[in-house]
Design a protein around this ligand. Structure first.
Ligand SMILES: *[C@@H]1O[C@H](CO)[C@@H](O)[C@H](O)[C@H]1NC(C)=O
Ligand SMILES: *[C@@H]1O[C@H](CO)[C@@H](O)[C@H](O)[C@H]1NC(C)=O
Length: 267
């Protein structure tokens, strides 16, 4: 009995350990999808548990899958600092665990030109408001804003807000200032609200716990009932009612038997 319990506990613990998923989220600071040449930014892998050890990788036109700290960037814990940027730092960045798990990826554009479009670098939630800025190194610029190559709005103040974004707002955006020039394009991704994004919903995690725990729970009940049958059988002779146990006897009645037995022992 004791060995079985230990075995079950071992199984329980190992199943919990094996299936907890490591997740990392990549973020950029300052939060922008475009930077001017010579500006600096920092990327960081935020992880659910700290056991991981994530690498920051990127794909650029020059080099694929290269790791922060080797030919570019300065690695600092789970962050990577890029201090003097150049156009060839443009590319897609992501975090990768040693087991090969990957985080969300992020597109970053570094331009040698005079204008950038400041847009959300992480996916925006459906229903949120999003503001885009068209700017040079010092200020916002009066500009035309384009989506997928078509003019959508002219904004003298240099910024444009899209209210209550929906999936149809997803696309490639850029801005054009008649006095300063055009920004590179950046992709804006729109995602569904929290319950269906990020970590698995609570319901699934609870269901998972239940599936893991129920074999343990059921076998505990089984062992309890086995033990109880033994006890009642051993005490049958001394009991006042020698009637044979009916097959259909309910759990509650059997429980009463145990109570009787234990009470008898107290006398
Ligand atoms: C990076 O490049 C590699 C090799 O070309 C490719 O397999 C991988 O999918 C790319 N990763 C991303 C996030 O674009
Ligand atoms: C990166 O940009 C490409 C197009 O330029 C787009 O297809 C892709 O979805 C973007 N990825 C992210 C994470 O925004």
């Amino acid at each position: 009995m004791m060995e079985e319990t230990s075995l079950l506990l071992l199984l329980l613990v190992s199943s919990l350990l094996c299936c907890t998923t490591n997740q990392a989220r990549l973020t950029v600071s300052p939060s922008s999808s475009q930077f001017f040449e010579d500006e600096s930014f920092s990327l960081s892998c935020e992880e659910d548990d700290s056991s991981g050890g994530w690498l920051l990788r990127r794909n650029t036109t020059k080099r694929q899958m290269s790791q922060c700290g080797v030919k570019w960037g300065r690695s600092a814990g789970s962050s990577c600092d890029i201090s003097v940027t150049a156009p060839w730092d443009s590319g897609v960045y992501w975090c990768e665990s040693r087991e090969g798990a990957t985080s969300n990826s992020i597109n970053i554009t570094v331009t040698g030109g005079p204008v950038i479009l400041q847009s959300p670098v992480l996916p925006v939630m459906e229903g949120d408001d999003v503001t885009l800025h068209c700017k040079n190194k010092t200020s916002n610029l009066p500009a035309d804003f384009y989506k997928d190559g078509s003019l959508i709005r002219t904004e003298p103040a240099g910024h444009m807000t899209i209210h209550h974004v929906s999936k149809s707002d997803e696309g490639l955006y850029k801005c054009h200032s008649s006095s300063h020039g055009e920004s590179p394009p950046s992709w804006i991704t729109v995602t569904a609200p929290p319950p269906t994004s990020g970590a698995p919903p609570l319901v699934f995690r609870l269901a998972y716990r239940l599936v893991v725990f129920s074999p343990y729970f059921i076998s505990t009940l089984l062992m309890m009932s086995l033990y109880r049958h033994r006890t009642t059988a051993g005490n049958d002779i001394s009991m006042a009612t020698p009637l044979p146990n009916q097959a259909a006897e309910g759990l509650a009645e059997e429980y009463d038997d145990i109570m009787e037995v234990t009470t008898e022992h107290h006398f």
